[in-house]
Design a protein around this ligand. Structure first.
Ligand code: SAM
Length: 288
């Protein structure tokens, strides 16, 4: 099995293969063919993946490639690839490397001049985004937030004014406190979506302002179970603020740090040429 990247090389190819995030029918025909064909499957958890392989009647040997051994044991897989054998990399669910191991191995393999070929498929963040009804033309994926409250809020503060749709992974036992912190940092009215148990029996996709989403999750313990993606609408500039350039906002913020609001707005208007009244309104919003 070759691709244009792999053809003509005496080396094997590393295939990065996506597996289902719940519904087993989501595995692609190409993924199955590659998993059958390769000499070895590097798996995050061999016992977990053995069940998937058994389900599809695949008998290719599995070898562990997880967070803790990926750097040291990468050489093992590299040696097999250098010997001309094809290897597949899989994780427990979804796309390897996406909040999952594989990055170090892929980097090592590419650095050795060996072809790395993606075999795309399920990915929870993309599945969630595709059905959330939030702007999907531009988004950022923040992965898992820190487990501790203070660090989590500090991370949320960093993306508070991010205009693109925000996507987070979260563990079920932290979902309530996570959404509570989002509410505190982003404000009650920011639109958010909880995408839970995607592709599985109890799939739930619910979009509400953060205040209501938080109350809904708090009131129903079922919403605190299973796997979840949280998507949050990007920050929208208050009325008028989007008409002010980033440079004018920077000047205004600097002056607001030193002067009373009215004086700061007047001086910023003189420096930047933006209307004084507009900057005054923006300054009021920014100091709320
Ligand atoms: N590599 C995976 C992917 O491509 O999405 C992600 C692996 S990460 C260790 C696991 C996290 O992904 C879960 O804690 C959850 O946030 C999210 N996730 C995985 N499967 C999911 C599903 N079926 N529904 C909702 N979220 C899911």
């Amino acid at each position: 099995m070759t691709t244009s990247a792999a053809r003509d090389s005496q080396f094997g190819t590393l295939y990065v293969v996506a597996t289902p995030i719940g519904n087993l029918d989501d595995i692609s025909a190409r993924a199955l063919a590659i998993l059958r064909h390769v000499a070895l499957i590097a798996a995050e958890d061999t016992r977990h993946s053995a069940r998937l392989m058994q389900h599809f009647g695949i008998s290719t040997p599995l070898a562990a490639c997880h967070e803790h051994n990926e750097r040291e044991h990468g050489g093992r897989f590299l040696a097999r690839l250098q010997a001309g054998e094809d290897v597949a990399l899989i994780s427990d669910a979804g796309t390897p490397l996406i909040s999952d191991p594989g990055f170090h191995l892929v980097r090592q393999v590419r650095a050795a001049g060996i072809a790395v070929v993606p075999v795309p498929g399920a990915c929870a963040l993309i599945a969630g985004l595709s059905a959330a009804g939030l702007p999907s033309d531009r988004f950022i994926f923040e992965g898992f937030l820190p487990a501790k409250g203070a660090a989590r809020r500090a991370r949320l503060e960093q993306v508070k004014e991010e205009p693109r749709t925000l996507i987070f992974y979260e563990a079920p036992h932290r979902i309530l406190e996570c959404v509570e912190d989002m509410r505190a940092v982003f404000g009650d009215e920011r639109q958010a979506v909880l995408a839970r148990e995607l592709t599985k029996t109890f799939e739930t996709i619910r979009g509400l302002p953060l205040v209501e989403l938080h109350e809904w999750i708090a009131a129903d313990s079922n919403q605190q179970r299973g796997e979840c993606v949280v998507l949050v609408s990007g920050w929208q500039a208050p009325e008028g603020e989007d008409a002010v350039s980033a440079e004018a906002l920077r000047v205004l913020d600097l002056l607001l740090g030193e002067l009373p609001l009215k004086r700061a707005a007047a001086l910023a208007a003189e420096i930047t040429g933006v209307r004084k009244n507009l900057l005054y309104q923006v300054a009021l919003e920014r100091q709320k």
